[in-house]
Design a protein around this ligand. Sequence first.
Ligand code: SAM
Length: 203
Amino acid sequence: MSERWQDEQLVVRGVTDARVLDAMRRVPREAFVPPASRAEAYADRALPIGSGQTISQPYMVAVMTEALRLVGSERVLDVGTGSGYQAAVLSVLARDVITIERRPELAESARATLAALGYTNITVIAGDGTLGSPEHAPFDAIVVGAGAPRIPDALKSQLSASGGRLVIPVGPPEHQMLHVVTRDGNAFTDTPGLGCVFVPLIG
Ligand code: SAM
C-alpha cells in the first residue's frame, strides 16, 4: 500500500514496483534533510543539503531504483552519497551497498545519519566515485546520482558480467538523459530514457 505522496508523485507517473514503494515508505526522508527543510522533506523536488549539493527528487530516486530491478541478493554501488537517502533506500532492497561521496563533509554527515538510523549494510567511502570501488567490485547494480558528461569506463568494467546494471544521468550540465547500461559478458547495452537535471559528476 503506497502513501498519498507516493500516489501523487510516483504511482501517477508510472512507478509501480511494490518493493520500491515499500522501501521508500520505510526510509524516513525527513532524517536526511537539514532541520530547516524537514517540513518539505516529501516535496516533489530536490532540496539543498549544504555544500552546494542536493538530495534528489523522490521521483528520480524511485525511477533510478526501479530501473536497477533489485531482488534482495545484490551488491550495489551508489555514486554521489549526498545525504545518504538513496543509499538507505537501496539498502532495504539489496544485500549490501557501497556508497562513494567526493565531499568528505557530506560523506561524514551521511555516515552519521545512516548509523543513527541503524542501517548496517551500507559502507560510506569518501572519494572519487567515477573510479568506482575496485576492491568491492563486481557490482550487480550501480547507480550514479550526479550528471556525467559521459559514462565512466571504470563503472562499466566493475559491473557484474552476468546482467550487471548501471543507471546514470548522462549529458551536459543543463540537461541529461537517464541511461540504463546492462552488461552481458563483454557486451554492453545502453538504453537512454527519461530527461533529467542533476548536479554535475566531478572527476
Ligand atoms: N543520492 C544523493 C542523496 O540521496 O542525497 C543525492 C546526490 S547529489 C544530487 C550528487 C552528489 O554527488 C553530491 O553530493 C556530489 O558531491 C556528489 N559527487 C559529484 N561528483 C562525485 C564524484 N566524482 N564522486 C563521488 N561523489 C560525487
